[in-house]
Design a protein around this ligand. Structure first.
Ligand SMILES: Nc1ncnc2c1ncn2[C@@H]1O[C@H](COP(=O)(O)OP(=O)(O)OP(=O)(O)O)[C@@H](O)[C@H]1O
Ligand SMILES: [Mg+2]
Length: 367
């Protein structure tokens, strides 16, 4: 009975004896900690776990040497599939070895999804607040902007006798005005993004189509676009124009990251009950600190960027019940990854979902 309970627990269980040998593991330990039944009887130090999770190594050493039980919260375990975990490390058994060392029980709970959901909610709330404020500012700026533009045009007609210096000044005013107009337009597109109207799509056909569409601009920039689609991609539900926009933003960023040319890979494969679409580039990559900000509104490192491409993309992906993440590649380059539920799992989710709330915080309206 006891064995069955341990086997079926969602939390990972790991018992280490006072010789630092692994005594017990359960199936969840394999999934979360990467330690399994084959490791039972071997020294814990010979597994890769302690190297991938140094905070756990310190906690185990502490408790084994007589320290109190310890908890670690929201810690990251490095590995193929990175997990965030809450961990309890506590003494196990009464026997103490001659050197005063005790056995240790480790219980680890995978909290990756819970943390991701929480941070997505915070991000959505923040976007909504910034959105309302910026919508107001855009509204205030748009009208005077167009009348300035009109007046500058008229002024140009009036002063055609002005020397080259006058013309140059006027042209530079016009250029900046055009840039401001395109920013407000881009912003309005984001602010007025309607709820997506989802229809079933053949994903492979859609991706081929998008690839064809961007191939010309990629070629012109000396960038080779490679498409790698798994053979059996499931049908998904999407708002085609919106999702195309989302993907184009990622592909354009990838191209812009390689001004000297290179390879952009667009990949799609089945993943869990959905599909994973990845855009890889060979650009300089994004360091960890910067990666935290790439989805922030107006965050840009480009002279002529608006910093609205990725927030818009994220907004679209979330509205499709999907997820998006930015990953570093080694030794350089960046991967943006979108996960979308397949049609079946989306339908199952919708039919079991509670009724939607009556107030919406994500839609922004511009007067
Ligand atoms: N593939 C990438 N490689 C390196 N950095 C990137 C990549 N994609 C995005 N970034 C970084 O994230 C920032 C924000 O990207 P985002 O698409 O939101 O705006 P932008 O590209 O700067 O402007 P816009 O999309 O309006 O042209 C970029 O300025 C850049 O610093
Ligand atoms: Mg961009």
């Amino acid at each position: 009975m006891q064995v069955q309970i341990v086997e079926s627990l969602r939390a990972a269980i790991l018992v280490i004896d006072r010789e630092r040998l692994i005594r017990t593991t359960n199936p969840a330990a394999d999934e979360i900690l990467g330690v399994n039944a084959r490791d039972v009887g071997s020294p814990v130090d010979e597994t890769s776990l302690l190297r991938r999770f140094p905070a756990l190594a310190r906690a185990i050493a502490d408790v084994a040497e007589g320290g109190d039980a310890l908890t670690l919260e929201g810690e990251r375990i490095a590995g193929f599939d990175e997990h965030l975990v809450d961990v309890l490390v506590t003494p196990f058994g009464d026997e103490v070895s001659a050197g005063g060392v005790r056995g240790v029980l480790v219980v680890a709970d995978d909290v990756s999804d819970a943390i991701a959901t929480k941070s997505r909610l915070i991000q959505t709330e923040r976007l909504a607040a910034i959105g309302r404020m910026a919508a107001h500012v855009t509204h205030e700026v748009r009208n005077p902007l167009s009348s300035i533009g009109l007046n500058v045009d008229m002024l140009g007609d009036e002063i055609h006798e002005a020397g080259p210096e006058g013309k140059r000044l006027l042209e530079s005013i016009q250029r900046e005005l055009e840039r401001l107009e395109s920013i407000t337009e881009e912003y309005l597109r984001l602010a007025r993004l309607p709820e997506p109207s989802l229809t079933p799509q053949d994903l492979a056909e859609f991706l081929n189509d998008v690839a064809e569409f961007v191939r010309r601009e990629m070629d012109a920039a000396g960038v080779e676009l490679r498409l790698d689609l798994a053979a059996q991609l499931p049908a998904v539900a999407m708002d085609e124009p919106q999702f195309r926009q989302a993907l184009l933003n990622l592909l354009r960023n990838a191209r812009e990251a390689m001004p000297e040319g290179g390879v952009v890979k667009l990949e799609a494969t089945r993943y869990d009950d959905g599909v994973r679409i990845q855009v890889h580039d060979e650009g300089p990559g994004i360091d960890e600190e910067e990666r935290k900000h790439v989805f922030d509104m107006f965050y840009t490192t480009k002279e002529r960027g608006t910093g609205l491409g990725l927030p818009l993309t994220q907004q679209i992906v979330i509205a499709h019940s999907g997820k998006i993440a930015c990953k570093a590649r080694h030794p350089h380059g960046t991967t943006f990854e979108i996960w979308l539920p397949d049609l079946d799992s989306l339908l199952a989710r919708i039919s079991s979902a509670p009724p939607p709330p009556t107030t919406k915080t994500t839609a922004w309206r511009v007067g």
